[in-house]
Ligand binder design. Structure first.
Ligand SMILES: [Zn+2]
Length: 282
């Protein structure tokens, strides 16, 4: 039986599925400590990042990146709804209800991070012509793929995995755990990171109750990774991410029997699948 994999919230739906056990079965503990420059990224305006999806993770990621002065391109299809406003789960305000998320975010960032370049596009990745999506990618050096729809994630992966670093993040059940995957040109793509072949294998639990602090802890790992990939060292160089062998960070937000110490990231390596139609033929 195929296991249910989830994304952003790709929240784990299948009862009894232990994401860590499953992920560890497919990974090696990455050797950490060696520093690498990583693959050369294509030239682009310095430091610009595309945040695709302004939901629970993407809205915080956009806010934190803007506070750090990172020029942004924001892409989202939705409007702010009242259920988006649960405490700590996103950055939107009650006055934003009914506005496109990209507009609400641009207004918020104009107040909170004035002077930072923010371009916004409202659109559905699954309906956008490929040329349009490619053109957005040409504006940036890093993509944060924080949408919650499998087809959109596949479209981003299939178009960009050989061109740009792409960060994928998710909360699992209740966001008590989460993960941040990194696809780099020449490395494992999103399909390989999750060991999936079809967008239908990505399932969303959009109504999953979460605590803001758990969402924010996953978002801040995304931001730290993005800064490293942009060559920005202000938050430290997160040398595990500089090592291209590391492409998956499993985040434990809470204490558990196996994790008595509470919040902890684990740095892992997931290999390309040789038969992957997207990255395996390289
Ligand atoms: Zn692949």
């Amino acid at each position: 039986m195929a296991r249910v994999r989830t994304t952003y919230g790709r929240f784990v739906q299948a009862a009894g599925w232990d994401p860590l056990e499953d992920i560890l079965a497919r990974t090696e503990q990455a050797r950490i400590g060696q520093r690498h420059a990583g693959p050369r990224l294509p030239d682009a305006p310095p430091g610009r990042a595309l945040v695709a999806g302004l939901g629970r993770l993407g809205s915080w990621v956009g806010l934190f990146l803007a506070h750090l002065g990172i020029p942004l391109v924001l892409l989202d299809r939705d409007v702010v709804e009242r259920h988006n406003l649960e405490a700590g789960n996103c950055v939107f305000r009650s006055s934003d209800v009914g506005s496109p998320k990209v507009v609400a975010m641009k207004n918020l960032l104009a107040q909170q991070a004035p002077g930072v370049s923010v371009e916004v596009y409202q659109g559905d990745i699954t309906l956008m012509p490929e040329d349009q999506l490619r053109a957005l990618g040409e504006l940036v050096r890093v993509i944060l793929a924080l949408v919650d729809e499998g087809q959109a994630l596949f479209n981003i992966n299939d178009l960009f995995c050989q061109r740009l670093a792409v960060i994928y993040a998710a909360g699992h059940r209740g966001a008590r755990t989460g993960d941040v995957g990194i696809s780099r040109p020449g490395g494992a793509c999103f399909r390989c990171l999750l060991n999936i072949d079809s967008p239908a294998q990505v399932q969303t639990l959009s109504g999953e109750a979460t605590h803001g602090i758990d969402i924010v802890s996953i978002a801040q790992v995304c931001v730290r990774v993005a800064l490293v990939l942009l060559g920005d060292q202000r938050l430290g160089n997160l040398r595990e991410v500089l090592d291209p062998a590391v492409n998956f960070i499993y985040i434990q937000n809470r204490r558990s029997e196996t994790n008595p110490g509470g919040f902890a990231p684990r740095f892992l390596r997931i290999a390309r699948r040789r038969n992957c139609p997207v990255c395996g033929a390289v």
